[in-house]
Write a protein that binds this ligand. Structure first.
Ligand SMILES: Cc1ncc(COP(=O)(O)O)c(C=O)c1O
Length: 391
């Protein structure tokens, strides 16, 4: 990455922590054996590394090690959780229950499943959080599988999983959580929160891309899934295919580091976000902050500068790595579905930017980014004659 680039897109992906890389390297080199090759020492060594990672991940979820299934990332975990659960368990009267602000991995899986089963939408409030009354209304009439995200990837809203899990149990429905944005950043306890299935990804938490995991509860209640990928009995026969040992080792190490650093990382990125927010609001009177305003995922900030074309602005500031709308759909120019769901529509949605601080972002970078952005807004507004909002 170029020296001059200021990377503020930590919700799209985080940089690989050098300590994670160090842990992974031997498994690309001398310790390359297949983790399924139990017939020799080298294979058993790879298997031991995989099992160590399973333990590191389980610890962060207060889960049992055996309940962790390795996958290629949160998208695959979500597909396996939703399709696999429905295929194995659903009766004609069951429904899928979710929200309009989920990641596309959930929304497109639901689009696929809606051919066979009803999908019922639960309302979210203006900060993107699940409306618990709406959830209770839906659950009192439908039973099946609820799928909600823990943290929204665009606006950082955090769902109350204790309350959501308790409602699911009360109405005898099951709960899948997309925790791609929260794993390693916010505390998760799958038992206290009554979570049955939970999807995570390594690259959102300073691990490598292309590896993730699905938590599948094995006890009280036992969750059964139909595997979606055939060709071997790996991962409790839920997911066929040779394991990505270096990636899994990286995910395990990333989880271990996240557990140790959660409090200090959060305090650090929260402070950076507050500096950035203050600089913006001091300079741009009409800037609007979207989402839960200081109560969301630390490090995330989503804001609208009315009248601005966010895409054009970023094209003119190539040294700034930020996002317009959802990272995973940012090649599309349509306004973000999350913003639409919380009422940020039309030109405002296209005037919206997202920043995500990481543990490697520096205060100097944050100040520089704010300065570049503010100066650009002032220049654009001068050119268009719209200067009154810039103080
Ligand atoms: C909330 C959420 N869910 C799922 C995903 C998909 O994760 P992955 O890139 O591991 O497939 C992402 C990635 O942007 C995300 O933010």
């Amino acid at each position: 990455m170029s020296e001059s680039l200021i990377y503020l897109d930590g919700n799209a992906t985080t940089p690989l922590d050098p300590l994670v890389l160090e842990e992974m390297l031997p498994y690309f080199k001398e310790d390359f054996a297949n983790a399924a090759s139990f017939s020799h020492v080298a294979g058993r060594k790879s298997d031991a590394a995989v099992e160590k990672a399973r333990g590191q991940i389980a610890k962060l979820l207060e889960a049992e090690e055996k309940d962790i299934i390795f996958t290629s990332g949160a998208t695959e975990s979500i597909n396996l959780a939703l399709k696999g659960f429905v295929e194995f368990n659903f009766l004609p009267e069951n429904a899928l229950i979710s929200t309009a602000v989920e990641h596309k991995a959930v929304l497109e899986s639901l689009d696929y499943l809606v051919e066979q089963y009803p999908v019922v939408e639960v309302e979210v409030d203006r900060t993107g959080q699940v409306n618990l009354d709406s959830l209770e209304d839906v659950l009192s009439e439908n039973s099946g599988l609820v799928s909600v995200q823990h943290v929204n990837n665009e606006i950082g809203s955090v769902n109350n999983l204790y309350a959501i899990g308790a409602l699911c149990r009360k109405y005898e429905s099951f709960l899948h959580v997309d925790a791609a944005q929260s794993f390693g950043k916010l505390p998760i306890d799958v038992n206290e929160m009554n979570i049955d299935l939970l999807s995570i990804s390594a690259h959102k938490v300073y691990g490598p891309k292309g590896v993730g995991a699905l938590y599948v509860r094995r006890r009280r209640p036992r969750i059964r899934l139909t595997k979606q990928q055939h060709g071997g009995k790996q991962e409790r026969d839920f997911r066929a295919g040779s394991l990505n040992v270096p990636g899994i080792v990286g995910l395990g190490k990333a989880a271990e580091l996240a557990g140790e650093r959660m409090v200090s990382d959060n305090a650090y990125v929260k402070n950076l976000t507050e500096i950035f927010r203050q600089l913006l609001s001091d300079a741009i009177d009409d800037v609007i902050f979207n989402g839960p305003a200081g109560k969301g995922l630390p490090g995330n900030l989503n804001f609208t500068v009315p009248g601005l074309d966010a895409r054009e602005l970023l094209c003119e500031l190539p040294m700034l790595a930020m996002s317009t709308g959802s990272a995973c759909t940012s090649e599309l120019s349509e306004p973000s579905h999350v913003l639409r769901a919380i009422g940020v529509v039309g030109d405002k949605a296209l005037a919206t930017l997202r920043v995500g601080m990481t543990r490697f972002t520096t205060e100097a970078e944050v100040r520089k980014a704010a300065e570049l952005l503010i100066n650009k807004v002032i220049n654009i507004r001068k050119k268009t004659g719209n200067v009154e909002q810039v103080s």
